[in-house]
Design a protein around this ligand. Structure first.
Ligand SMILES: C[S@@+](CC[C@H](N)C(=O)[O-])C[C@H]1O[C@@H](n2cnc3c(N)ncnc32)[C@H](O)[C@@H]1O
Length: 182
């Protein structure tokens, strides 16, 4: 599978990463390592774990992204992360509704598009430090209401940091956090 080339989605989330990322960072679905590198470049960031399900992407980050703060791990969402927790979790997920024959993991987030994002939010809860934040990108093609609803149900507070209108969709960046166990 080809390494995901950073697009408008990556650029938008990068703005939030540059402003908000701190401490120990997890870059979920790291792809080319574009966001991992943006995070690692910040002095407020101590280290970055770049996770992807795709071996080619991991190879790319390992060999082409030169920054000593970045480590790489293969994992399907959080499956290979045990008790590790993070100050900042970044995710630019595959979010398009899946068409029958298309299997491109970098783009498709499930039958409706948002399934992988919801699984991520569910699993991320236990990997977030008490003051930790999630920086999440999604699209209007993903069903914003459903994301809002599920995030609330899972006990997240959230704020829309950025929105960008493109010709057939809007891209959103949310900051999410949790208060206590709520
Ligand atoms: C839209 S790309 C984003 C890449 C990069 N973060 C960026 O912003 O340019 C989504 C990435 O998520 C990865 N991915 C897809 N499903 C995953 C899963 N279940 N667990 C971890 N990574 C996954 C894909 O391989 C791909 O690299």
């Amino acid at each position: 599978m080809a390494v995901y080339e950073p697009g408008e989605d990556s650029e938008l989330l990068k703005q939030a990463v540059e402003q908000y990322a701190f401490g120990e960072v997890l870059d979920m679905g790291s792809g080319s390592g574009f966001l991992a590198l943006a995070a690692a470049t910040k002095k407020e960031v101590t280290n970055v774990l770049a996770v992807d399900i795709d071996d080619e992407s991991l190879e790319h980050v390992r060999n082409k992204v030169k920054n000593k703060k970045i480590k790489v791990l293969r994992s399907n969402l959080f499956s290979n992360l045990k008790n590790e927790s993070f100050d900042t979790i970044i995710f630019n997920p595959p979010y398009l509704p899946k068409e029958e024959k298309d299997e491109h993991q970098a783009l498709y987030g499930g039958a409706e598009g948002y399934e992988l994002t919801l699984q991520f939010l569910e699993q991320a809860k236990k990997h977030l430090k008490p003051q930790g934040i999630i920086l999440l990108l999604f699209s209007s093609l993903t069903n914003k209401e459903r994301i809002d609803q599920e995030a609330k149900k899972l006990g997240y507070h959230f704020e829309q940091l950025l929105m960008e209108a493109h010709f057939f969709e809007r891209l959103y960046v949310y900051k999410l956090w949790r208060l206590g166990d709520g």
